[in-house]
Design a protein around this ligand. Structure first.
Ligand SMILES: [Zn+2]
Ligand SMILES: [Zn+2]
Length: 272
């Protein structure tokens, strides 16, 4: 087996977990507790493709607060599938530019750099930053949210990829970013689109559980369960594949995490 295959699986797993376990379940929803080192490692892994944790968390908290209603940054309800997937980042509902952007791999990094430039010019008021008062108390989060730091983190990735594999190294990094961004965006588009999956729990929004998307999203596709119980460390509440929950359980088992929050319906005592 060529070495890039296991390297890709490990990289996609670790970086994906940085997004799902780190940015989403730990930083956004405080679904469990860790020490500073584990928190920093998960955050840096999430930052490889996700940009500033303050931006990511702020936008995602806004999504939960306004889910599929006015002010939701990426609902497909009135704006369509393309908007929900990545059009909201570009500012267009037209499918073709969104498709090209989704296939661009590094497109999100370009938008992150543009966002930082706008912040430096003071023309992009970050209203959702008000939702991240907890994160802004942490020096690491403030540092990663400083304009220019995330583009520098990406340039570092390019430098390492070039040093290790030249042009093939850059191509590999591009494919990794392509997979990471689209799997994350699919939770916003596919798992809020009425044609896919099912909605077993009433939430008042369009969130769906989409079983076929569970593996590539590392368990985030149990999105209806997640909207019903946003703080739950486990999203596959009905027993569905949820690798991120298994990792949180493993971190707890070895003492690197604690206090994973679960809703009553998922606690062993309530089933008895
Ligand atoms: Zn959602
Ligand atoms: Zn969430």
């Amino acid at each position: 087996m060529p070495p890039w295959i296991p390297a890709s699986i490990v990289a996609l797993g670790l970086l994906g977990l940085g997004n799902t376990v780190g940015y989403h379940r730990l930083l956004t929803h405080r679904a469990f507790v860790t020490g500073l080192t584990v928190r920093a490692v998960l955050t840096m892994l999430g930052a490889v493709a996700g940009g500033s944790p303050v931006v990511w968390v702020g936008l995602h908290r806004l999504h939960h607060a306004r889910s599929d209603g006015e002010g939701d940054p990426h609902s497909p309800r009135d704006s369509g599938f393309a908007w929900a997937h990545a059009g909201w980042i570009l500012g267009t509902r037209r499918p073709l530019p969104v498709l090209l952007f989704a296939l661009s791999g590094f497109g999100q990094q370009a938008m992150i750099a543009l966002h930082d430039l706008r912040r430096l010019r003071g023309t992009n008021p970050p209203v959702w930053r008000d939702l991240c008062g907890d994160l802004m108390k942490e020096p690491l989060m403030r540092a990663l949210d400083t304009p220019g730091v995330m583009p520098a983190w990406f340039l570092g990735q390019l430098a390492v990829a070039w040093a290790v594999g030249g042009g093939w190294g850059i191509a590999w990094l591009w494919a990794v970013h392509l997979a990471l961004t689209n799997s994350s965006w699919a939770v916003n588009s596919v798992a809020h689109w009425p044609r896919f999956g099912r909605q077993p729990r009433p939430t008042g929004d369009d969130s769906r559980d989409v079983p076929w998307l569970a593996l590539v999203t590392l368990g985030e596709a149990w999105h209806n369960a997640h909207h019903r119980h946003p703080r739950s460390a486990r999203h596959g509440l009905d027993g569905g594949l949820d690798p991120s929950w298994r990792v949180i359980q493993a971190l707890c088992a070895v003492g690197l995490a604690r206090q994973p929050w679960l809703p009553k319906e998922a606690r062993p005592a309530s089933k008895a």
